[in-house]
Design a protein around this ligand. Structure first.
Ligand SMILES: [Zn+2]
Length: 407
């Protein structure tokens, strides 16, 4: 366990925050520091074909130790951390044998990680927790995943009696700004399927995510002196208001859960001459997703009929539910499920209310469900990870390699 703690801390103490405003890959130069360190470490534990490209994508191979042909599988994590909160100078705290009470993250600032607010904590009584000092995020998202993959590879190298096929490892920059899969060379990776180790709570196994689109509505108005405006003024603000009021009021993020989709109006600005609305559309069900896009079209046409040709709509698809690509190869989920069950972990299979790199990779030809990495409260100062969950994730990776070779 100490080995996992040391390895994890050696990663989280390197700042790798990504930046959505940057056009380069990686989006921040500082991501190279950890990337180079990971390359050295992969070589040092005995991985083969360790390669880093000019965009900091890392790939490595653990060769098969079998005579027969078995599928090549991969494990993928990202080494950047969220732009939402700083990862500069992470000072982890280690709480051994957690007693189920409040954890003081920062005494001076009175920042407390409490199970009365974060009740997930209670399931980790007796575990060793790694937390922040309340001033940064932790970076378990997704350096826990990297720790687990490297530790599992090291274990397999040290235990040649465990038989497995060819295993590929991939580490990416810039997942947190939605670009982790963009430059991922699926052909060079050459795996039949892969798993992202990027979920949260122990047991999580995910192969469903939202279908996602973004819509921008632009409304042009006509400004006329209000005293003489009758029959002449077109007020873009009021038309924007009309548009929003025609959306189903209950289908919003704050009133939906599980497989319920929504419209999320996340940006608006308006003057008489010009108003803009930005909406994201999310739905697991492809048919309902299309219907949502049609509704925006319908509202636009109605407003045009009423006010004239002042309203325009632009919808762009963002990503799709990976379920469509996973269902034809459900054995890859079954293997992960069986691996967890054989280790006494109850699989928690639920649809993700978001997207993952795995969903993009699945559409790029690499079916890629997501497995827990163990951390909680990502992207903020309350982030923490139980070391026992990281250990279990290592065991799951090893077991998946073993089971894939046996099938
Ligand atoms: Zn992540």
């Amino acid at each position: 366990m100490q080995h996992i703690i040391d390895r994890f801390i050696s990663y989280i103490t390197v700042d790798t925050q990504s930046d959505p405003k940057s056009d380069t890959t990686p989006s921040t130069k500082k991501q190279w520091t950890l990337a180079h360190k990971l390359v050295e470490e992969l070589k040092q534990i005995g991985m083969q074909d360790v390669v880093i490209d000019d965009k900091a994508y890392i790939m490595a191979t653990l060769p098969s130790n079998l005579q027969k042909e078995v599928p090549t599988i991969g494990f993928i994590s990202h080494f950047d951390t969220s732009p939402d909160f700083t990862s500069n100078d992470v000072k982890p705290q280690i709480i051994k044998n957690y007693d189920g009470g409040d954890i003081v993250l920062n005494k001076a600032e009175n920042i407390i990680l409490s199970p009365s607010y974060f009740d997930d904590l209670l399931q980790y009584k007796g575990n060793t927790l790694i937390t922040t000092d309340g001033t940064t995020l932790l970076g378990a998202d997704d350096k826990a995943g990297i720790t687990e993959i490297i530790t599992a590879m090291e274990y397999l190298i040290q235990h040649p009696e465990i038989k497995h096929g060819k295993i590929r490892v991939g580490f990416t920059p810039d997942e947190e700004i939605g670009r982790g899969a963009h430059h991922f060379d699926v052909a060079a990776f050459g795996a039949d399927w892969a798993y992202t180790m990027d979920g949260s709570q122990i047991g999580e196994l995910e192969y469903e995510n939202f279908n996602a689109a973004g819509a921008k509505i632009t409304i042009k108005g006509k400004s006329v002196h209000p005293g003489y405006a009758k029959g002449k003024m077109v007020n873009a603000i009021l038309i924007a208001n009309d548009f929003i009021s025609q959306l189903p009021g209950h289908e919003v993020p704050q009133k939906t859960t599980g497989r319920e989709g929504f419209f999320h109006v996340h940006h608006m600005k308006g003057e008489i001459e010009l108003a803009e609305i930005e909406i994201i559309i999310r739905d697991h069900d492809l048919k309902k997703f299309e219907q949502r896009k049609e509704l925006l079209q319908y509202i636009t046409e109605n407003l045009k009929a009423e006010y004239g040709d002042f309203v325009s709509l632009d919808i762009k698809d963002q990503y799709f539910n990976m379920r469509e690509k996973i269902e034809p190869v459900m054995h890859i989920v079954e293997i992960a499920k069986e691996a967890m069950e054989s280790l006494g972990i109850t699989p928690i299979i639920k649809p993700i209310r978001g997207g993952t790199d795995g969903s993009q990779l699945s559409y790029m030809g690499l079916p890629c469900p997501n497995i827990f990495a163990g951390g909680h409260n990502f992207h903020g100062k309350y982030e923490y990870v139980p070391v026992e969950s990281m250990q279990k994730a290592v065991d799951v990776i090893v077991k998946i390699c073993e089971l894939t070779a046996k099938r």
